[in-house]
Design a protein around this ligand. Structure first.
Ligand code: ACO
Length: 378
């Protein structure tokens, strides 16, 4: 079948059948395996959400406790991975360190190419458990601090906060991070998931799939936007400046970070949930950035919402992460700590019914050009 029309950014082009998640961008709806994101944020845990995304159903009590307990066995990093993290430049971006570490971690597991059910589960558990540990370890090591050994008695969110600071994690902060991880775990066929599925379609192993997806997530138009939202709010400086600042940005066609989405033409449902936590946390700590953000949202909705440009997940997530004590340049890595499970669910789905991705192009270059010897070129 020859399709000659080029669709920039593949907007609206389905590239796979998927049963993992569903977005309705007009109704502000996101579901994982048929369950709404609001329900999951209220009742589920990140570990349970991982199980459900990977296996397609909510676990029984035993299935969940086995899954979570098995996972904690894979938290430790090989000492050579810690050595690798120590060798990376401390000014390198944490997403670059994470991508390098995930690619390297795979090399330790000869079973990485084995597609039987037990090895698939092992690869998933290793990646879900080790990604947060890499993020926390790189942050400590780049600051010259000793690496903290992961604990098995904490959930993934709690262990991450523990490893980042070396202190007992606050239960409320742990639950808020757990909810953030639920909200970021999966989101249909976005750029990083597509990148991961393309790599999966070559039958590359899952560490390779995840490291490719990490590269795609790192860009400022995708997962990198939450860092830039805080820079923008600081630049605006006060709620009173928001109207003039936005008018300038609209006039110069500068993008408002944390706004706009290919699919959502109304508020991203994840942004609504995160806004509540951002407000609670900032009110408690006296962080004025929330007031600036709320004003930016108010003004932007007057100016942009009729064009379907509304807050996305990144608009309030940075404020929440900052309040949880997460360093700003680690925000995208925290997003990745959650999204790794979505990428893995897509890896499993892709290889279940695989055909290698090999799209085409419309050639617009020269045809049949003559080779000019180097001495005759001007
Ligand atoms: N601020 C101002 N204008 C915007 C914004 C924005 N944040 N987003 C889109 N627009 C405008 C564009 O300028 C364009 O206007 P035009 O038609 O007059 O040229 C129109 O809306 C369509 O925008 P595109 O960039 O073509 O939309 P696309 O669907 O390709 O991109 C994207 C979506 C990349 C998310 C875009 O909205 C954006 O750059 N937002 C800012 C970055 C951001 O917040 N990214 C995080 C997204 S969520 C996530 O990945 C986790």
């Amino acid at each position: 079948m020859a399709i000659t029309e080029i669709i920039p950014g593949l907007e609206g082009v389905p590239i796979a059948e998927s049963a993992i998640s569903r977005v309705d961008g007009q109704r502000s709806l996101l579901e994982y395996r048929g369950l709404s994101i609001e329900t999951l944020a209220e009742h589920s845990t990140f570990e349970e959400t991982c199980y459900m995304l990977l296996y397609g159903k909510l676990p029984t009590r035993t299935e969940l406790s086995d899954f979570a307990a098995d996972g904690t066995r894979h938290r430790r990093l090989k000492y050579r991975i810690v050595d690798l993290l120590k060798c990376l430049p401390e000014h390198g971006h944490p997403m670059e360190a994470l991508q390098a570490a995930v690619a390297a971690i795979g090399m330790f597991y000869p079973d990485r190419y084995n597609p039987n059910a037990a090895q698939k589960r092992l690869s998933c558990l290793r990646l879900i458990e080790k990604v947060p540990v890499v993020v926390a370890s790189f942050h400590r090591l780049r600051n010259g601090d000793d690496n903290v050994v992961p604990r098995r008695d904490l959930n993934i969110a709690g262990n991450f906060l523990y490893m980042l600071t070396g202190n007992e994690p606050d239960p409320q902060a742990t639950r808020i991070l757990d909810i953030c991880m639920i909200l970021h775990a999966e989101h249909t066929m976005n750029a990083s998931t597509f990148a991961g599925r393309v790599v999966a379609s070559t039958l590359a192993h899952p560490y390779c799939v995840v490291s490719s997806a990490l590269g795609a997530l790192s860009g400022p138009l995708h997962g990198g936007a939450n860092e830039q939202v805080l820079q923008m709010l600081e630049r605006i400086g006060s709620p009173e400046n928001a109207r003039a600042a936005l008018a300038r940005m609209v006039e110069t066609k500068e993008k408002i970070m944390g706004f706009g989405h290919r699919v959502y033409k109304t508020v991203d449902p994840r942004a609504k949930i995160l806004k509540k936590y951002a407000e609670d946390l900032c009110r408690r700590s006296g962080n004025k950035l929330y007031d600036i953000a709320a004003k930016v949202e108010e003004v932007a909705s007057e100016v942009l919402s009729d064009r379907g440009i509304c807050p996305n997940v990144d608009f309030y997530s940075g404020l929440v992460y900052a309040e949880l004590g997460i360093p700003r340049d680690c925000f995208t890595s925290v997003f990745a700590m959650a999204r790794v499970v979505g990428w893995l669910a897509h890896w499993l789905e892709q290889i279940e019914n695989n055909r290698i991705f090999r799209p085409t192009q419309r050639y617009v270059g020269k045809v049949g050009d003559a080779y000019v010897p180097i001495a005759d070129r001007r």
